[in-house]
Design a protein around this ligand. Structure first.
Ligand code: IPE
Ligand code: IPE
Ligand code: MG
Length: 254
């Protein structure tokens, strides 16, 4: 590979995380029910995974249901769970064809049995695929996830002394091993559709240095052009990770 190609490839985010927002507002504008908005939104997933994979993205995280979404009307929650349980099995052949592996983040023990079964099946059927990872975030909360990691860390010691010593020496790298991040890359690009400019408890740990991109497009209307625009914007940014611009560009060696 030539060095210019190498540079171009470095400008493709490895992990893109998407807050798929705006289903309800999209539906309202069309005179449809919120659930119809979620249905049309779910249909976007297949295309977006393909577009991202074709662009060279290795992981796509999709925020499908937050820990806070349990506060929604019971009917809407039930509709979302049923939608997942019925749509996921239909996606398996497509995911196999795309060589996509499904991973799940979030506490899925709280989901209805049918949804859990559908997830298990899809994860199992795609576990050996290697072209792109699709990380479905369900009953996911960034804060809760960090709390659970701290609990696991504290529970892993036999004595108070051991625990206190480990606590005094605790680093982000060590805590990360308790988050279950073996397969998850840091988020490079975080996209939110639907016009809101907030994180809503998504990927708090992994997005520590993510580039943020907000678009007014509602999720059911998200197009390949929208994704291309986000990727192009990402490619134009200088990621400094705390350094100066001169250091990043190799002008200063101090
Ligand atoms: C995102 O769309 C989907 C979920 C949160 C499940 P919304 O349902 O939040 O859509 P808006 O924000 O009401 O338009
Ligand atoms: C975030 O969207 C969660 C998902 C997309 C699954 P919300 O629509 O629930 O976020 P808030 O409540 O407006 O912040
Ligand atoms: Mg919303």
């Amino acid at each position: 590979m030539s060095s210019s190609e190498d540079q171009i490839n470095q400008r493709v985010p490895q992990h893109v995380a998407i807050i798929m927002d705006g289903n309800g507002r999209w539906a309202k504008a069309q005179g449809l029910s919120r659930l119809e908005g979620h249905k049309q939104g779910a249909k976007r997933l297949r295309d977006v995974i393909r577009w991202a994979r074709d662009a060279g993205v290795k992981q796509v995280s999709l925020y499908a249901f937050s820990t806070e979404n349990w506060k929604r009307p019971k009917m809407e929650i039930a509709g979302l769970m049923t939608l997942m349980a019925t749509m996921l099995p239909l996606e398996i052949p497509k995911m196999i064809e795309e060589d996509a592996r499904l991973l799940v983040l979030g506490d899925i023990t709280k989901l209805p049995w049918l949804a859990r079964q559908a997830l298990k099946k899809a994860v199992n059927a795609t576990k050996d695929n290697t072209s792109v990872d699709v990380i479905l975030c369900l009953n996911y909360g960034g804060q809760q996830e960090i709390v659970e990691a701290v609990k696991r860390f504290c529970a892993s010691f036999q004595t108070e002394d051991e625990k206190n010593k480990a606590l005094a020496e605790l680093t982000p790298e060590v805590l990360q091993t308790y988050l279950g991040r073996e397969d998850i890359l840091p988020v490079d690009l975080l996209i939110r559709t639907g016009g809101e400019k907030r994180i809503s408890n998504f990927h708090l740990w992994d997005a520590a240095y993510a580039e943020l991109y907000f678009t007014d497009t509602n999720w059911p209307a998200y197009s390949e052009e929208d994704l291309k625009a986000a990727l192009a914007d990402y490619a134009s940014r200088e990621r400094r990770f705390g350094k100066t611009s001169e250091q990043v560009q190799g002008i200063s060696h101090e």
